[in-house]
Design a protein around this ligand. Structure first.
Ligand code: MSP
Length: 510
């Protein structure tokens, strides 16, 4: 069994999760489930990023101790994972001792090797971004861009990590590992960034300024810069499991350069560890053209959608709508269009018809197909094509296109039913018509079974429910489930299943 280790970014524990966070977890879950279905031994990690200025500030605002605050927020993220049907094997919190120990060990090792040194730092500091700024960050009129918030001048001693020393190594690594970043076009963006000389990275914060962090093992007057701490979660969670390097660190495009594409590989390399095998970089969910975020105050809560439409409808939408790597505008209208036309009408109808007609014309027991004529042949051929396309599409993270193909097949199955019109065949007593009736019932049921098997990693509970009403227990090998067969012959179906009820207006979740 091939092992496959995949992670999400760990979310800042400084506010409630929104749809952007939910997307990253669902996307990673879809990949993890797909790899498991393909036979890999998967380890899937997610978690929360709990130290640093932002978290300390949020806790203060609420008048609670940071630990109490992060306990609460982290629990909220954990609960979201459960609601989203995320199949993570582990959930790491950067305040856990298993993480802190590894971070301190690595810091000590780097310090001992001379990779970390102390120096006096003078500079402009942005509290909001928790970073020192440079002259080049100023606007043409000399002021600082809005995103930095209040900028103050600071002189202090700090510890620095030798990034610059490894700049050439990183460039060479990127040039020789063309698959390090998916999608490929982001690779260029990183190389572009590396055309400018790197500054060494300030990895300490004096405790007078920031208390909430991991103390440096070689100087307890300082805590560790939050990114240096957070990135190591991917390693600390599996340090004793022999799973490093990760196959994929899944992240949003805002945290590629410099944290994941520059700091992270260099931190690992300097510590004598290999970089992750690849970074998978997704785009943003937008609202009115801007990134959906906590600070806009209008971010969409995933829970309201799950409550109203069910978890699989939500997962389906996120994966169907977004082309991995690109941005997508989120609107309730677009959600409802897909919910109604693709799930309720297209798939929901196929389920209803299959169950109704099997109940009505075959006393609820699925017959065997007896005839193969043009309509059956066409559907078989479309399935063969769909199946051949979908697996490579999923292997290349083109899940949205895979779902589109699956839905096209469901649509073709509904068209097949129209063509065969079993309700007419049911009125005839001719032997030929009876054989066609049995064939059409068997064909629509098998097509339905195949279509939902294809969607298993995106809509796991819907697939399970449909298998149940079809009286079917799938086998262990997913690829075998995708073969058109006679798996449902003699199965006893349930009379009905309500899967995607019409939303009761007004259907505007907040
Ligand atoms: N804590 C850091 C990550 C540390 S990883 C070692 C962080 N946290 S975050 O909460 O701001 O974001 C977590 C993830 O959610 C990031 O990958 C980010 O790109 C993603 N998203 C946050 N808003 C998003 C959208 N509007 N759309 C899609 N994903 C976005 O960054």
């Amino acid at each position: 069994m091939k092992s496959f280790y995949i992670t999400t970014a760990i979310d800042y524990a400084n506010g409630s999760p929104h749809l952007g966070h939910a997307y990253e977890k669902v996307l990673t879950d879809v990949i993890a489930r797909f790899r498991r279905q393909m036979g890999d031994k998967v380890y899937f990690l997610t978690g929360t990023d709990e130290h640093g200025q932002k978290v300390q500030a949020s806790a203060r605002k609420q008048g609670v101790a940071p630990q109490e605050y992060v306990d609460r927020v982290s629990a909220e993220f954990k609960a979201l994972c459960a609601r989203l049907d995320i199949s993570n094997d582990d959930f790491i919190r950067t305040t856990e001792s298993r993480h802190k120990t590894v971070v301190r060990d690595i810091l000590q090792k780097l310090f001992d090797r001379g990779e970390i040194y102390q120096a006096e730092y003078r500079g402009f500091y942005s509290t909001r971004q928790e970073q020192f700024l440079q002259e080049k960050d100023r606007l043409p009129d000399g002021s600082w861009p809005e995103i930095y918030g209040e900028v103050t001048q600071i002189v202090e001693k700090n510890y620095f990590f030798r990034l610059q020393k490894y700049q050439d190594w990183l460039i060479d690594f990127l040039k020789t590992h063309e698959d390090f970043i998916f999608p490929k076009y982001r690779h260029k963006q990183v190389l572009e960034f590396l055309k400018e000389p790197l500054n060494d990275l300030c990895i300490s914060r004096p405790k007078e300024r920031l208390e909430w962090g991991i103390s440096l093992p070689f100087d307890e007057n300082y805590v560790t810069y939050v990114w240096f701490d957070a990135l190591l979660n991917y390693y600390s969670a599996v340090a004793d499991k022999g799973l490093w390097p990760a196959d994929f660190n899944v992240i949003g495009k805002d945290i590629l350069v410099p944290p994941h594409a520059v700091y992270w590989p260099i931190m690992l390399h300097a510590s004598g560890l290999p970089p992750p095998k690849a970074l998978l970089v997704h785009g943003w969910w937008l609202q009115g053209g801007a990134k959906m975020s906590k600070s806009t105050g209008e971010a969409v809560s995933p829970l309201s959608f799950i409550d109203q439409f069910g978890v699989d409808a939500f997962r389906y939408f996120l994966i169907r709508e977004m082309n991995v790597g690109q941005d997508s505008e989120f609107t309730v209208e677009q959600f409802l269009v897909r919910y109604n036309s693709e799930l309720a009408n297209n798939l929901g109808n196929l389920v209803n018809r299959t169950l109704n007609m099997t109940t009505r014309f075959a006393a609820g027991v699925l017959p065997a197909a007896e005839v193969t004529e043009e309509p059956e042949r066409e559907l078989h051929e479309l399935w063969a094509k769909t199946r051949a396309e979908v697996v490579p599409l999923c292997e290349n993270f083109q899940f949205h296109t895979a779902l589109e193909r699956g839905m096209a097949f469901v649509n073709a199955t509904n068209a097949y039913i129209e063509k065969r019109a079993p309700w007419k065949l049911g009125k005839s007593t001719e032997a030929k018509d009876q054989a066609l009736l049995r064939t059409s019932l068997a064909t629509m049921a098998e097509a339905l079974r195949l279509a939902v098997a294809l969607m298993l990693h995106v809509t796991p509970s819907t697939t399970r429910k449909i298998n149940e009403v079809l009286g079917y227990t799938p086998g262990a090998l997913w690829l075998d489930e995708l073969v058109w067969g006679a798996k449902l012959n003699g199965a006893r179906v349930a009379p009905a299943l309500v899967l995607f009820p019409r939303p009761t207006p007004p259907a505007k979740p907040v």
